[in-house]
Ligand binder design. Structure first.
Ligand code: ADP
Ligand code: MG
Length: 693
């Protein structure tokens, strides 16, 4: 249960004074609708209103805070001549200038002969000082209400900094008192403030340096977040490892037969990954290993050989895939190879006929079916194994912790082999994978022709379509990917893809197929199947998900609005072609003008074929927070931490979490209890369920 002290932070901000439904919606748009979200909404700039003094000292272009006496109102005449309020102080004169302001408000705010305090940018117009639309205007005796240092926040149309500041002030005034979860020695060494002080300081920058990731308050909060992340990962890891593993000793008998049947030899990288896996499986601890490698790097074969090790030991293995299409495809790859070894393998999805399903369930339960490939259907309660030894999880980031655990609960001390085709820079691996052991396949199987990648401006679309026609004429197939519309994209890019499919169909007719996320699975599958081995030759698709398939005869990939995709995503999409010996082409259609960063991205993707190098470049170009497709990569979406700026803190948090859990595995000690609060605060509390059970 979430500690009571945190309740107010998780409530809705419309309980704060002055926040109605409209403001709530606006704030929700930029930050979120809970005080918590607003608390993490960092200022990105600072307005310095400390320049005070007389009008004589005010300089054009500078922000100044002045106390002046109102002399006279000069209402404007129409849109061209603004409303002017002449003011003066002992040293000189200044006009306050308003366009389209309400006269009654102006009279009320600036009564003649009264002294007022104003703050804003000073200009010079025809030799007179003026301040157009002062940011602040209050009676002189309330000068103190004008913040001399005003943090600037990311806003949205209709939301003023003032409204945001008011909401924040209410939140900051009432921050809960939370126990300290930091290691005292670390806190002292770094000179970090207490939590509440840090939150307040975050929103009260006094100089530009306070806005930087290294500022003590920001660093502390970033550390909190990283620590929560690392503790959560470590807890899950400990849960997986708590029970001893079982040694699954392979004999190599089945494996040798499969290897003999492969038309190729394993690459060095595949062999070394397999050696890692063998050592883990034979060992007494449970395996929790991640196999990382580009699309097409040959992970599936490695997975199969690992699964056969389980069978050689008289046990079972399962492969979990995120979609039915992928599950089918895995089965199609694995079945002929398994057959060579005389090992039965079958499929379990949510759409199996009852008879078939029953047969598969029986086979798994009595052990006559040693291998199974399936979707989430594998996780259902009625799926029981005689003796599950190994769970292979493909595209692991598409499954939640619960789902991964659910599969491993179906056996005793089940080893886990997770796979991902999204390389993550080494510096970030810790935050994404925590304590998983990682085997990386960085070397591609031999004989691949690199994909010829070109960036082409959208205005040459017609040429591209002509090129597509020539391509199809050779009997080859093509992917055509349209992006998700990120902004206001209720339709999720549907119109883009639908529109494109329609244009292409007007030329290529029924050879054009369309898949998108909103289609029923059966319809999607039908189109995919028709593309894989039927009459559909051009597949228009909205997302990576739908193209996560292997169609060797597809040798052209067109990516529309390539500038909207992240590097990693572009790389993954491109990986769908170039799978055979034939030369493949990837066309990146972009909409000019392109920013420098974008141009660099397009250049990088064109010149590099190494997913790891691309991931590093992506990180360097944009920072982790901006890596498009972060969700897909399984990287957490940090709010306070800014990687790579906080990479060193991540390493400290990693060790800190390990030591903490080694000393207090169930987080019941004093610091442990405080860390529980931290997990709730950072919404990593799913991990708490795994404590002490
Ligand atoms: P991944 O799962 O990593 O995307 P796959 O396992 O599907 O990659 O392999 C892609 C293709 O490369 C498959 O057709 C596979 O048969 C082939 N392949 C795998 N390993 C090798 C190898 N060592 N040499 C040649 N081809 C290989
Ligand atoms: Mg694969």
């Amino acid at each position: 249960m979430r500690p009571q002290s945190l309740f107010p932070l998780f409530a809705k901000i419309d309980r704060l004074p002055g926040i109605g439904p409209r403001t709530l919606a606006l704030i929700a748009k930029v930050a979120g609708e809970r005080p918590l979200d607003l608390m993490w909404h960092r200022p990105t700039g600072l307005i310095d209103r400390r320049h005070t003094g007389s009008t004589a000292e005010a300089e054009a272009g500078q922000i100044a805070t002045l106390v002046v006496e109102v002399v006279e109102h000069r209402p404007g005449g129409g849109a061209r001549t603004p409303y002017k309020i002449e003011c003066r102080d002992g040293a000189g004169e200044i006009d306050l200038v308003y366009f389209n302001a309400k006269a009654d408000w102006l009279w009320k705010t600036f009564p003649p002969h009264e002294r007022v305090a104003v703050s804003g940018r000073v200009d010079r117009y025809r030799d007179r000082l003026q301040m157009v639309h002062p940011d602040e205007a209050v009676p002189a005796d309330r000068l103190d209400e004008i913040a001399r240092l005003e943090p600037v926040y990311p806003l949205t149309a209709g939301l003023t900094g003032r409204t945001l500041a008011r909401a924040l002030a209410a939140i900051l005034q009432d921050l809960p008192t939370l126990p300290e979860w930091l290691d005292p020695a670390l806190k002292a060494r770094e000179g970090w403030p207490d939590w509440a002080a840090a939150v307040r300081a975050l929103h009260a920058p006094a100089q530009g340096a306070d806005l930087l990731p290294q500022a003590p308050a920001r660093a502390r909060l970033a550390y909190d977040e990283l620590l929560a992340n690392q503790v959560a990962l470590a807890v899950v890891r400990a849960k997986l490892r708590r029970r001893r593993g079982r040694s699954t000793a392979a004999t190599g008998a089945l494996r040798r037969r499969v290897e003999g049947a492969l038309p190729f030899a394993l690459t060095g990288a595949q062999q070394s990954a397999l050696a890692d896996i063998d050592a883990d499986m034979a060992g007494e601890l449970r395996m929790v290993r991640l196999l990382q490698g580009d699309v097409g790097s040959g992970k599936t074969v490695v997975a199969l050989l690992a699964m056969l090790a389980a069978v050689e030991a008289g046990r079972q293995a399962a492969l979990l895939a995120p979609t039915e299409i992928l599950a089918r495809q895995h089965l199609a790859t694995l079945a002929p190879l398994a057959a060579r070894a005389g090992v039965a393998i079958d499929l379990l999805t949510g759409r199996d006929a009852v008879n078939r399903r029953t047969a598969v369930l029986l086979g798994l339960a009595d052990g006559t079916l040693p291998l199974v490939v399936g979707t989430h259907a594998l996780l259902q309660d009625d799926v029981r194994f005689q003796d599950l030894a190994l769970a292979v999880i493909d595209e692991q980031h598409r499954f939640g912790v619960d789902q991964r655990l659910a599969l491993t609960e179906k056996g005793t001390a089940v080893d886990i082999l997770a796979m991902t085709a999204t390389p993550i820079p080494r510096t970030l691996q810790m935050s994404a994978y925590g304590d998983m052991d990682v085997s990386a396949i960085r070397e591609k199987p031999p004989g691949r022709t690199p994909v010829d990648t070109r960036a082409i401006p959208m205005e040459r679309l017609e040429e591209v379509v002509d090129g597509l026609a020539r391509h199809l004429a050779t009997g080859a197939k093509a992917f055509w990917v349209c992006p998700r519309v990120e902004d206001g994209g209720d339709l999720g890019g549907l119109t883009d893809a639908t529109g494109r499919a329609a244009t292409l169909a007007s030329r290529f007719g029924a050879r054009v197929g369309l898949v998108h996320g909103r289609m029923a699975t059966a319809d999607k599958d039908a189109v995919m199947t028709a593309f894989a081995d039927g009459d559909v030759d051009v597949l228009v698709a909205t997302t990576v998900v739908e193209v996560g398939v292997n169609v060797p005869s597809a040798t052209l990939m067109v990516i529309e609005h390539a500038e909207r995709f992240g590097l990693a995503q572009l790389h993954q999409l491109r990986g769908r072609v170039g799978r055979g010996a034939d030369k493949s082409v990837c066309l990146l259609l972009y909409q000019p003008p392109v920013s420098d960063t974008m141009r660099q991205r397009l250049t990088t993707i064109r010149d590099t074929d190494d997913g790891f190098a691309i991931a590093e470049a992506d990180l360097a170009l944009r920072g982790a927070g901006d890596m498009l497709g972060v969700k897909q990569s399984g990287l957490p979406d940090f709010r306070m931490a800014d990687l790579p700026a906080h990479t060193e803190l991540l390493a400290v948090a990693h060790d800190d979490a390990r030591v903490l859990l080694a000393n207090d595995p169930d987080l019941t000690g004093k610091r442990g209890e405080a860390v529980r609060t931290l997990l709730y605060l950072w919404e990593r509390d799913a991990a708490i369920r795994y404590l002490g059970s």
